[in-house]
Design a protein around this ligand. Structure first.
Ligand SMILES: *Cc1c(COP(=O)(O)O)cnc(C)c1O
Length: 396
């Protein structure tokens, strides 16, 4: 198995066949599992023998998902959760407590920001944010004796800034702290933080892993001794993934590689076209040579990802008119779907921040984020180009 390619592991990692000899894995919708006898029950509870006891602890569908993702990310062990946020919270809460400190990049998913600023402080855990533009050498001055974790996302949402994971891992190792990377935007197909030195890799599996906007799921992957702590916390606090959702995500991973190839090809094509459009101020895409961290993005990511950000001329109002003019693209709070999605962060997800706070995370008033789907690129492009045109006309 170990020498198989990524695509093969994604397809051939499968839970053991039942006596029925099914080809595709069945869904194990059971709350608990039966012990062979009293001694078996005692040994499993004593952790002397491996086995599934109760679905809050483990389940064949979730075990398959975790084993598969470990093979795809290059990690030793993992724990599947009911949502991406359950993964983010569990991966923090399992390691920090009263008096501890987390160093994080400022550009984080909205709910992760709420955990760090509103929830963990209630339990005496503080944090410091560093702008993504800060050189890694300068992150070191914010590390304190009580710093337990560095938490980052790369590429960042929605500005698509790139952080140097190898440099961050060196910094974390020097200080004996955990580097936790939310790898949702890149997926294991484009970027493997653990291979660059990250100790924990977290995902919202809701996005590209599902890939069709059907379900919510998350996963925490990493070194075995760290996942031991995550598993203890997860088993007793109950963020377990439903086996049905675990089955959906595991089946979807069989096509992750080919889907990401197309998502990325469509996104690159769109980014290149928009870059020369006169109604667009700038386009941000990790694998466009105009991206400020193009070299790093090329080194760290196999392809540029499925998300394109650009600034349309005319600020907040033009951004809103652009969304209203779209005919095919969906206006919805998701990404990584087979259907293309447009969002305008300044008037929606980030509207509660001040304009200055928005600029700190790279969000200008006219910024539009496109999650490039799997429709034909000509149709995606045609809808965006006509919306640019229609939204400009109203302005005159
Ligand atoms: C969506 C998302 C999350 C949260 O995941 P859910 O599955 O919605 O709970 C966390 N991080 C990033 C980067 C995301 O895009």
């Amino acid at each position: 198995m170990d020498n198989q390619q990524f695509e093969t592991k994604a397809i051939r990692t499968q839970t053991a066949r039942s006596p029925h000899g099914e080809h595709a894995a069945p869904i194990y919708t059971t709350s608990s599992f039966v012990f062979e006898d009293a001694e078996d029950a005692r040994a499993q509870f004593a952790n002397e023998k491996e086995g599934d006891i109760y679905t809050r602890y483990s389940n064949p569908n979730n075990n398959e998902l975790v084993e598969k993702l470990c093979a795809m990310e290059g990690t030793e062990d993992g724990f599947a959760t009911a949502s991406g946020m359950a993964a983010m919270f569990t991966s923090l809460a399992a390691f920090v407590g009263q008096g501890d400190h987390v160093l994080a990049s400022r550009s984080l998913f909205g709910s992760t920001h709420q955990i760090l600023t509103q929830i963990l402080p209630k339990w005496g855990v503080s944090h410091t944010y560093v702008d993504v533009s800060t050189p890694i050498e300068e992150w070191e001055q914010h590390i304190r004796p009580e710093t337990k974790m560095i938490f980052v996302e790369t590429p960042s949402n929605p500005a698509l800034d790139i952080l140097d994971l190898e440099a961050l891992a060196q910094l974390a190792n020097k200080h004996g702290i955990i580097l936790n990377v939310d790898n949702c935007f890149a997926t294991p197909y484009l970027q493997n933080p653990a291979k660059l030195g990250a100790h924990i890799v977290t995902h919202s599996a809701t996005k590209y892993m599902d890939g069709q906007g059907r379900t919510i799921a998350g996963v925490i992957l990493g070194k075995a001794e760290l996942i031991e702590k995550v598993r203890f916390f997860g088993r007793h606090t109950g963020p377990a993934l439903s086996p049905f959702n675990g089955w959906i995500i595991s089946k979807s991973l069989e096509t992750l590689a080919i889907r990401m190839e197309r998502h990325c090809a469509n996104a690159l094509d769109l980014a290149q076209t928009l870059e020369s459009h006169e109604e667009i101020n700038w386009v941000k895409y990790p694998h466009l040579p105009s991206h400020p961290q193009y070299e790093l993005a090329k080194k760290q990511m196999k392809l540029g990802g499925g998300i394109v950000s650009f600034e349309i001329k005319g600020g907040v109002e033009r951004g809103r008119r652009f969304l209203d003019a779209l005919q095919m693209l969906s206006l919805t709070a998701n990404l990584g779907d087979s259907r293309s999605i447009a969002t305008h962060p300044a008037s929606t997800t980030h509207s509660k921040l001040s304009p200055e706070e928005r600029l700190n995370v790279g969000i200008t008033d006219g910024l539009i984020r496109i999650s490039c789907g799997l429709e034909h690129i000509q149709d995606i492009m045609a809808d965006i180009l006509q919306a640019i045109e229609v939204s400009a006309e109203v302005q005159a």
